[in-house]
Design a binder for this molecule. Structure first.
Ligand code: SF4
Length: 956
């Protein structure tokens, strides 16, 4: 922060600064209201245009990089998006998906008006409807469900999240336990692995300062936090850091690595355990750190009750317990050369306390027991004491800032078994993949189901079962698709309501990009430009294209109409404080939020003569704190200590008496830890406030054999795949760096870059099977098959095939869609549950107001492989285990590219088989779920308890 409160970034020319006479990285901030550029299309003539550069935040992945929208003064149109140099995470840089926002905004295929279904659900016919009529119908149904105490029949299912806490507050005001996420097709596995160490559910590596970086996945190139992480990983490499990558593919990331290991899927944890064992037997562990911060006493007590309670004894026992994880054992398990594992061990040992590690999705999302792989990876950080250090790996909560609106509604009483079924008490997130099966089981119904920037039937496994349920009005009374663009699922909705892109909506955003806590502000940029000019508008529908309505205003309006007279106690949370009886505006909401909930922002704004809201509108971001290391050692304040009593393990707890409050952060009122030396520090969010080498949660909730970092045999382990019978492991969960998910369909630049969908297939395997590049193969899963084109390559390990999860888009004839990416299909279901999808037309040029649509040169829509996957929920993390055991053969005579066939009866059988692997709750104390595990909408503590007499319980 500069003395005048402006953000500091060496790449920005701030007021009064000149980096070079005529050479600048970015337009200087003082020019942002009046920036002149020549029109590139008018070249060689010099035609100047004047722009307002208005910051917003990219909406195309979770990284939330800063964007600057170039708004033309002439007509307030948006000409382009570039990086916002004031953003501490992205520092002015973006991946291809950021600037491609311009395509989404100007896409001739986008949805501009609210639509209502005509005819049968799924017929693909819609008519325009007024917002007033749509909101009245939706709000009326929700009100009825609330009044009749059917609150669990209202569900909001989110794909790409927006502002942390915003919709959660809305649902809490309604008293509805209805927040559903996409997380168990994404990251539940990784989250579970981290949570059982520290209570925080993800890592935040300090890449830039690392000595060794270990990535499990192509994280540099395509993983989570792709752009902000990638730039810091490359900085570290420039500074001499070594990079090791475990990835089944030779991804672009692996190609940059000092060491690439391509193990058999599911064996990654064994590799990490072999490295851990090496560190232990060679004494290269951080003794003092382990003694202070690991619950080694519990480890001894539970696993070695006869041993004396002595740290050295603990280290001896731990070393013995992991001794069988030798390099040779790991190499055999992983089917890789032993030298690679030795090299990895050396790199980790060399890191001192500067070991930055990360996994997300990848193996943790691919395998049964994948969460243990993440837990084993973090074990290396714990052993080397590189947790929370400079160059080490932090918990996400240290590097992320959530601004909570001060006026929070009371927590709700309910517990939705459709989201949190009793079989999965330890799942890190809602069991969203099971929703159609739970509905088919008759466990409940939904009166109103919102799919919000989410395409459940396309993204999830077992999409045909989703279609069965989405079409069934007895199971889903009303499906409302909130989406900026057409998706396969939206065509099965009753209302399709256009929401805004990155430049058409408000959200605050923050993510753990590096050792910094920043809060960024997504804003409707045309509206900001109009405001700057004093132009009147009613709400974002007057400033966005068509009648696109920003979501915040939509939720405020729905909430208002659920409770028009305030008698339900809902309306007050959406009412203006300054103008009682009127709706709160977005300016009022964010003025309150930024003034009261963001430390340091009011003072920084004042330093520039701005209000906090004006500051955020101007810069689009505020850095709350940075370079926060070792916050586990933060001394507790008097206020935190007030009333806290240490238990026999030194955990400081405040008595919990009020069952009508949500659980405190930390189980049973834990606030910190008193150490042997008498210091009282914050510690971790685990039950013991320490790093839990032995997880009492896992042990006491039915999984004692998984309480310590270990290996779970994957459902696609080498022993379960018969290679002699042409069985392979299909890796369907890797990303392309240039693709979003559904919404790349509306970004022509991205489709121009990535428009083929080959099956990665090892060259040696192809030769052995007599297959060649370009040939069609049939890939058979447990419930069906698909037909795809093969690419023979050395860039994937033998025995494994890979197909990116981005393509395979389709629309039925006459149904709306995105012609940039969707092929036309025939869709057929037999009475006995056999679904068939066949392309009858690929992608073709089309006429539209965008002349580029006639220049489309690609024709491949890809293959919708996810349809052929049954649900495979990990019994602990709840993660859908994406890898598939498949059989591969040459395409048969009547097979066509893109064919998909599935038997949904078989998918039900597989669902039941995986369900039987679960160990249902309740757990200790009759709890449905441990209190320290995160929930988006946290109900009252009493809701955690299964009512007496209804426990049921599981077979342990
Ligand atoms: S990494 Fe790319 S897609 Fe993700 S927020 Fe940044 S610019 Fe957008």
């Amino acid at each position: 922060m500069t003395t005048n409160g402006a953000p500091v970034n060496p790449r920005v020319n701030l007021p009064g600064e000149r980096s070079h006479e005529n050479l600048r990285n970015y337009p200087p901030v003082e020019d942002w209201d009046h920036h002149v550029e020549y029109d590139a299309k008018a070249h060689p003539r010099k035609v100047p245009h004047t722009y307002s550069l208005i910051p917003t935040v990219c909406f195309n992945c979770e990284s939330s990089c800063g964007l600057l929208a170039y708004v033309d003064h002439e007509d307030l149109s948006i000409k382009k998006f570039e990086g916002n140099p004031a953003h501490p995470g992205s520092r002015g840089r973006n991946c291809a998906k950021g600037p491609a926002t311009i395509n989404q905004v100007h896409d001739p295929e986008r949805i501009l008006y609210p639509l209502r279904r005509v005819g049968e659900r799924g017929s693909g016919k819609f008519e325009r409807v007024s917002w007033d009529d749509a909101v009245a119908d939706i709000a009326g149904r929700i009100r009825q469900a609330i009044v009749e105490d059917r609150k669990d029949e209202v569900m909001y299912h989110v794909g790409r999240p927006g502002e942390d806490g915003f919709v959660e507050r809305v649902l809490q005001a309604w008293g509805v336990d209805g927040h559903n996420s996409h997380t168990n097709v994404c990251s539940s596995g990784g989250r579970s692995g981290y949570t059982h160490w520290m209570g925080y559910d993800r890592p935040s590596p300090d890449y830039a300062n690392a000595k060794t970086i270990v990535l499990l996945s192509s994280h540099l190139e395509t993983g989570h936090y792709f752009n902000p992480h990638a730039q810091r990983i490359m900085e570290a490499k420039q500074n001499g850091a070594k990079l090791a990558v475990l990835d089944l593919r030779l991804s672009n990331t692996a190609s940059q690595a000092d060491l690439w290991i391509s193990p058999w899927p599911g064996s990654e944890g064994v590799i990490f355990l072999a490295v851990a064992s090496y560190l232990l037997r060679t004494g290269q562990v951080a003794r003092d750190y382990l003694r202070r911060w690991v619950n080694w006493d519990v480890y001894l007590e539970r696993l070695h009750p006869d041993a004396s309670m002595d740290f050295d004894v603990f280290l001896e026992r731990l070393t013995e317990d992991y001794a069988h994880y030798t390099f040779e054992h790991a190499a055999a398990e992983a089917h890789v050369p032993v030298e690679q594992i030795e090299r990895l061990a050396e790199m980790v040992a060399d890191a001192d306390t500067r070991l930055a590690t990360h996994t997300w999705r990848s193996a943790a999302a691919g395998n049964l027991g994948g969460w243990q792989i993440a837990r084993c990876m973090f074990f290396l950080n714990v052993l080397t004491g590189s947790v929370g250090t400079e160059g080490g790996t932090h918990p996400n909560g240290w590097d992320k800032f959530i601004a909570h609106f001060p006026d929070m509604p009371e927590a709700n009483d309910g517990w939705s078994e459709m989201l949190w079924p009793k079989e999965y008490p330890l799942t890190t997130n809602e069991m969203s993949i099971l929703l159609p099966h739970l509905l088919k089981d008759g466990r409940g119904r939904l009166e109103v189901y919102f799919s919000r920037v989410y395409n459940p039937l396309w993204v999830n496994p077992d999409g045909f079962t989703w279609i069965d349920v989405l079409k069934d009005e007895s199971k889903i009374g009303l499906h409302v698709a909130l989406t900026p663009s057409w998706s396969e699922s939206a065509t099965f909705a009753d209302y399709v309501l256009p929401m805004g892109h990155a430049s058409e909506r408000h959200d605050t955003m923050s993510f753990e990009t590096h050792t910094s806590k920043w809060l960024a502000f997504r804003q409707p940029v045309t509206r900001v430009a109009m405001e700057q000019r004093g132009m009147p508008y009613r709400d974002s529908r007057d400033t966005n294209p068509g009648e696109v309505w920003e979501e915040n205003e939509f939720w405020f309006e729905v909430s208002w109409q659920i409770d028009p007279d305030g008698s339900l106690g809902i309306r007050k949370y959406f009412e203006s404080k300054a103008r009682p009886g009127e709706r709160m505006t977005q300016d009022e909401y964010y003025d309150t939020l930024f003034s009261q909930s963001v430390p340091g922002l009011p003072a920084a704004a004042e330093g520039q003569g701005l209000t906090p809201l004006q500051y955020m509108r101007k810069y689009g971001v505020f850095e709350v704190a940075k370079e926060l290391y070792r916050l586990d050692e933060r001394e507790l304040t008097d206020a935190e200590l007030d009333g806290a009593v240490a238990d026999d393990r030194g955990v400081l707890r405040k008595p919990v008496t009020d069952e009508t409050q949500p659980p405190l952060v930390g189980e049973a009122g834990a606030v910190g830890l008193v150490h042997e030396d008498g210091t009282k520090t914050a510690g971790w969010l685990s039950p013991s406030r320490k790093l839990e080498l032995f997880s009492t949660t896992l042990a006491d909730w039915g999984w004692p054999e998984q309480a310590t970092p270990g290996h779970i045999e994957s459902h696609v382990s080498a022993g379960r795949v018969d290679r002699s019978n042409d069985e392979f492991v299909l890796m369907p969960n890797f990303r392309l760096p240039t693709m979003i998910h559904t919404r790349s369909g509306n970004a022509k630049y991205l489709n121009e870059i990535s428009n083929t969908h080959p099956l990665w297939f090892n060259q040696a395997d192809a030769t052995a099977m007599g297959l060649t590049t370009g040939e069609l193969v049939r890939v058979t899963t447990e419930i069906g098959h698909f037909v795809v084109r093969l690419w023979a390559t050395e860039a994937i390990r033998p025995g494994v095939v890979g197909l990116s999860h981005h393509m395979g888009r389709w629309q039925q004839d006459g149904h709306p869609g995105s012609r940039w990416v969707m092929g036309k299909v025939d869709l057929d279901r037999s009475d006995d549950g056999i679904w068939k999808l066949r392309y009858k037309e690929g992608i073709k040029p089309f006429k539209s107001e965008d002349p580029d649509s006639e220049r489309i040169f690609w024709d491949d829509p890809g293959v919708h492989q996810n349809l052929t996957f049954p649900v495979q929920p990990d019994p602990i993390s709840g993660m859908h285990c994406w890898h598939q055991k498949v059989k591969i053969e040459k395409a048969r005579a009547d097979d066509q590219y893109g064919d998909v066939e599935v038997d949904v009866n078989k998918s039900r059988e597989v669902y039941r088989r995986w369900l039987a692997m679960a160990r249902p709750g309740p757990g200790p104390g009759g709890l449905r779920r441990p209190e320290f595990l995160m929930r988006h909408v946290t109900p009252k503590r009493k809701a955690y308890r299964v009512p007496a007499g209804t426990e049921g319980g599981g077979d342990r």
